[in-house]
Design a protein around this ligand. Structure first.
Ligand SMILES: O=C(O)CCC(=O)C(=O)O
Length: 296
C-alpha cells in the first residue's frame, strides 16, 4: 500500500484516509510529516548522549579514542563494538529535553491524534530512543503487540481499574533511513483485529506464541521509512524489529498517545498533552517538560 504524504492543503481528505487505513490495516505511514530541522535537533540530542558515553568510556580507560569523527550512525557502535555487554539498548529515562518536547508535543501531531483519540490526550509513559546495533541480539525486538506488554506486565496503578483495550496510537519515527538491511520493523497488516494474543516471556522482551504467529508470517510487510516520515500503528499490531545486517546503527524514536480518560495500567501516569477537562495538567512548555521525569 502506498504511503501517504502529509499535505496541509489536503488535510481533511488525508485524515479520512488515515482513519480508514488505521481501521483496516492497523497502521499508516505518513511521509515528510516532520521538518528535517526537528529531526536534526533530535539527532543532536542523541549525539550529545553518545558524547557523554564516549567521555565516560575514555575516563574509565575502556577506550583510548572517543571517535568524534565517526558519523552519527556509526560512532556508538564503534565505541562499544568490542564490549557490547556495556552498550545501551535504549534511552528512555533521559528524554526530558527541549528538543524532545518539540517532538512529543508537536502541535501538528497532536492535532492528528486528537482526531482519533479525542481531546483528552496523554503521552503514554513509554517513550524511547533506540540505537539498533548491527547484528546484536540486545537490540533485536521480537514479534509482539504492545498490548501484550500492557496486559502481561500490568502493575495496577492509580485508579485501581485496569482496561483491557487501550485507546492508544503508537508513533515511530526514524532518525536515519530505516531499511530492510538495517532492521526496519515488520508489521502484519490487519493483525490488530485479533485482540491481545498470547505471548511468552523471552528476556528482555516478550514474543507472540508460535501457534498464532507462524501462519501469519507470510503476510508480514517491511516498514521502510525515512527521517521526517512517521509510522502510526495500533497498540495491538503484530510488529517486530528485524535484525540489523548493515554496519550502521538504525536510530529511531518510538512513543505513544493514549486517551487520557483511561488508566495507564502502570505505576506511572505519563504526561498530559492536551485536555479540556484538566487544562492545568497539560505540559505547557519545553521548560516544564525539562523539569518533569519519566517516573511521573
Ligand atoms: O524499533 C523497533 O524495532 C521496535 C519498536 C517497537 O517495538 C515499538 O515501537 O513498539
Amino acid at each position: 500500500m502506498q504511503p501517504l504524504t502529509w499535505d496541509e492543503t489536503n488535510r481533511e481528505a488525508l485524515l479520512k484516509e488515515i482513519g480508514e487505513r488505521f481501521d483496516t490495516q492497523g497502521y499508516v505511514i505518513i511521509r515528510q510529516f516532520f521538518d528535517q530541522a526537528l529531526i536534526e535537533q533530535v539527532k543532536l540530542v542523541c549525539s550529545e548522549k553518545v558524547d557523554a558515553l564516549a567521555d565516560k568510556l575514555k575516563a574509565n580507560g575502556v577506550v583510548e579514542d572517543a571517535m568524534e569523527r565517526e558519523p552519527f550512525d556509526k560512532r556508538l557502535y564503534r565505541l562499544f563494538k568490542d564490549r557490547m555487554d556495556l552498550a545501551p539498548k535504549s534511552f528512555d529515562h533521559t528524554l526530558h529535553v527541549a528538543e524532545l518536547y518539540e517532538l512529543f508535543f508537536n502541535r501538528k501531531l497532536l492535532d492528528v491524534m486528537a482526531c482519533f483519540l479525542g481531546e483528552e490526550l496523554r503521552l503514554y509513559p513509554n517513550y524511547t530512543v533506540r540505537p539498533k546495533f548491527p547484528l546484536w541480539e540486545g537490540t533485536h525486538v521480537l514479534w509482539h503487540q504492545d498490548g501484550g506488554y500492557t496486559k502481561r506486565k500490568s502493575q495496577h496503578v492509580d485508579s485501581g481499574t485496569e482496561v483491557d483495550t487501550f485507546r492508544m496510537i503508537n508513533v515511530w519515527a526514524p532518525l536515519v533511513p530505516a531499511t530492510k538491511q538495517n532492521g526496519c520493523m515488520q508489521f502484519i497488516p490487519g493483525s490488530h483485529k485479533l485482540g491481545v494474543v498470547e505471548h511468552v516471556d523471552k528476556e528482555p522482551y516478550i514474543e507472540i506464541v508460535a501457534s498464532v504467529l507462524a501462519p501469519l508470517l507470510k503476510d508480514a510487510v517491511d516498514i521502510e521509512v525515512d527521517p521526517g516520515d512517521i509510522v502510526l500503528f495500533n497498540n495491538l499490531m503484530f510488529h517486530y524489529g528485524q535484525p540489523n545486517t548493515s554496519d550502521r546503527i538504525r536510530w529511531s524514536v518510538d512513543w505513544r498517545y493514549q486517551d487520557a480518560t483511561q488508566p495507564t495500567n502502570r505505576w506511572t501516569r505519563g504526561h498530559i498533552a492536551r485536555s479540556r477537562l484538566e487544562p492545568f495538567a497539560v505540559v505547557q512548555s519545553a521548560t516544564e517538560w525539562e523539569k518533569l521525569c519519566s517516573w511521573h
